[in-house]
Design a protein around this ligand. Structure first.
Ligand code: FNR
Length: 180
């Protein structure tokens, strides 16, 4: 089972990227998680699109299409989805082939704040609903105080967080299996 993991942050020391790297290590048997890279995706501009989708957008669209499921790490900016992530989703959501259609999706998020992206994730669920994905409802994974959960090398230190991520991956795997 191939899972495409999308980090909604571009920075090298992103907690959301760290969470996806942790998910790679926690993946259950039979699941392979590949992490996408949103760098190079321009701000959406319909005039730019008229000349053809940029290569970075084509690549992400193909990655989403070919994956059995998608895992999104959702940073929270001003109590909502970070613009980098929303911009990338908007690009790949356009016709003629909307690759998220019917796709199983799991969401997690990390932030230094105590609420751990719990205000942004419902907004992302709404977007994913618009794209007709199947979103895993439980468990919800809010990684608050992220600076205390990962070490300087980006390794996940917190056992309860690891358990939550594992539970999310198992739910995603079960969702894909139910569709098979
Ligand atoms: C933030 N941050 C933030 N955190 C949060 O928990 N709730 C919020 O509403 C916001 N708002 C916000 C706005 C802007 C413009 C910035 C730049 C940051 C902090 C944010 O969670 C933090 O920078 C994370 O580290 C971003 O995720 P990555 O890059 O670590 O994955």
């Amino acid at each position: 089972m191939r899972v495409l993991a999308i980090p909604g942050s571009l920075r090298k020391s992103s907690y959301n990227l760290m969470a996806l790297r942790a998910a790679q290590k926690l993946a259950p048997a039979g699941m392979q998680i590949t992490i996408a890279d949103l760098r190079g995706i321009p701000l959406f501009d319909q005039d730019l699109r008229a000349g053809g989708d940029p290569a970075e957008v084509e690549r992400l669209r193909a990655q989403v299409r070919e994956a059995d499921a998608v895992l999104i790490a959702c940073p929270e900016y001003n109590a909502s989805v970070a613009g980098v992530l929303k911009n990338a989703i908007d690009w790949v959501s356009l016709p003629p082939s909307q690759p998220f259609d019917g796709k199983p999706v799991a969401i997690l998020g990390a932030s230094p704040g105590l609420l751990g992206t719990s205000r942004a994730q419902p907004h992302l669920r709404q977007v994913m609903s618009c794209l007709n994905t199947q979103v895993v409802n439980k468990p919800e994974v809010f990684i608050g105080a992220a600076q205390t959960k990962f070490d300087a090398a980006g390794e996940l230190l917190d056992a309860p967080t690891a358990d939550h991520i594992s539970g999310l991956l198992l739910s995603l795997q079960a969702m894909v299996a139910r569709r098979a």
